[in-house]
Design a protein around this ligand. Structure first.
Ligand SMILES: C[S@@+](CC[C@H](N)C(=O)[O-])C[C@H]1O[C@@H](n2cnc3c(N)ncnc32)[C@H](O)[C@@H]1O
Length: 290
């Protein structure tokens, strides 16, 4: 299956970017992790049914020209797994969006460190996979990054998919330096789901968002909890952040973009890091000019 994916096109890596292994190494831990677990779970038990299409529809509504080279950041990329969901074949959110937005560039940020939050089931699932494969925490992290980077780079090209194998707080300065000022169209925040983690991510990634762009927060909560998990710290941090910026929080629902448990905060079209009404303009969709 992997052999048919082909080699990714050359694209100069950004500072801090994790570079994918160039070829499958037979027997490498990352290849086994990729084939036995990441692709397996991504194909069968993804979060995709819950919100992926709603996130896509949300982006498509704000940027109707799907050929736009949108810049998307995903904080916490995992692969999309829940043991409770039905069988699907969409893969994780990164793969889903890259498939449907043909010119989007996706910057994924994740340290892949198991046990990062005892109240998050995915953290336990990662630990179980490490134990099954006989990998320690660091080995699992490197293997996971290698597998994800190899697979998604090979599928979508090294210019469209870039992995920052680090914690969100460490990645923000790299991304800020790599991008033109305030030029991220969508930042999907789905990493550390504690109050402190969400608050820090909101603060760190808001300045990167373009006028007319959005921060989307997963697991904000909504009409019902997701897979029995609730993250009250996410809601508290998002509400406080919005209040401090005099922003509205808008919440999705099943079939209501950006989807179940997702909340978003939009940056006004004339707002820049320098403050509102600075000299910038945005045309229809998300494209902004300075
Ligand atoms: C719920 S999963 C992400 C699911 C993915 N966004 C999707 O929709 O398919 C949460 C991810 O956050 C990652 N994570 C935990 N702490 C993090 C941090 N400090 N920075 C970035 N990612 C983090 C975990 O490794 C895990 O992969």
């Amino acid at each position: 299956m992997l052999a048919s994916i082909g080699s990714p096109p050359a694209c100069a890596p950004e500072a801090g970017q994790f570079v994918a292994p160039t070829a499958p190494e037979s027997g490498a831990p990352w290849m086994k992790l990729l084939t036995d677990h990441v692709l397996y779970w991504r194909a069968r038990k993804a979060w995709s049914q819950q919100y992926y299409n709603d996130v896509f529809q949300f982006i498509a509504k704000r940027a109707p020209d799907l050929q736009q080279p949108l810049r998307i950041v995903e904080v916490g990329t995992a692969f999309g797994v829940s043991a409770l969901l039905a069988r699907l074949t969409h893969g994780g959110l990164a793969n889903y969006l890259l498939q449907r937005l043909p010119r989007a560039q996706l910057y994924a940020v994740d340290p892949f460190l198991s046990g990062y939050d005892p109240s998050d089931r995915h953290a336990h699932a990662m630990a179980a996979i490490a134990s099954k494969l006989g990998l320690n925490k660091t080995e699992l992290s490197v293997a996971w990054a290698s597998g994800m980077a190899y697979d998604l780079t090979a599928r979508h090209g090294s210019c469209r998919y870039r992995l920052f194998h680090m914690r969100s707080q460490d990645a923000a300065p790299f991304l800020g330096a790599a991008f033109p000022k305030a030029s991220v169209d969508v930042a999907f925040i789905d990493g550390l789901h504690t109050y402190e983690g969400t608050k820090a991510d909101a603060e760190a990634y808001w300045p990167l968002v373009a006028p007319g762009g959005v921060l989307i927060f997963n697991d904000y909560g909504g009409p019902r909890s997701f897979a029995g998990m609730t993250f009250p710290g996410v809601r508290r941090a998002v509400d406080e952040f919005a209040a401090s910026r005099a922003k509205n929080v808008s919440v999705g629902a099943p079939g209501k973009p950006p989807g179940l448990s997702n909340a978003f905060i939009a940056k006004t079209r004339r707002e820049t890091a320098a403050g509102p009404n600075a000299d910038s303009y945005c045309d229809a969709g998300l494209g902004c000019h300075f």
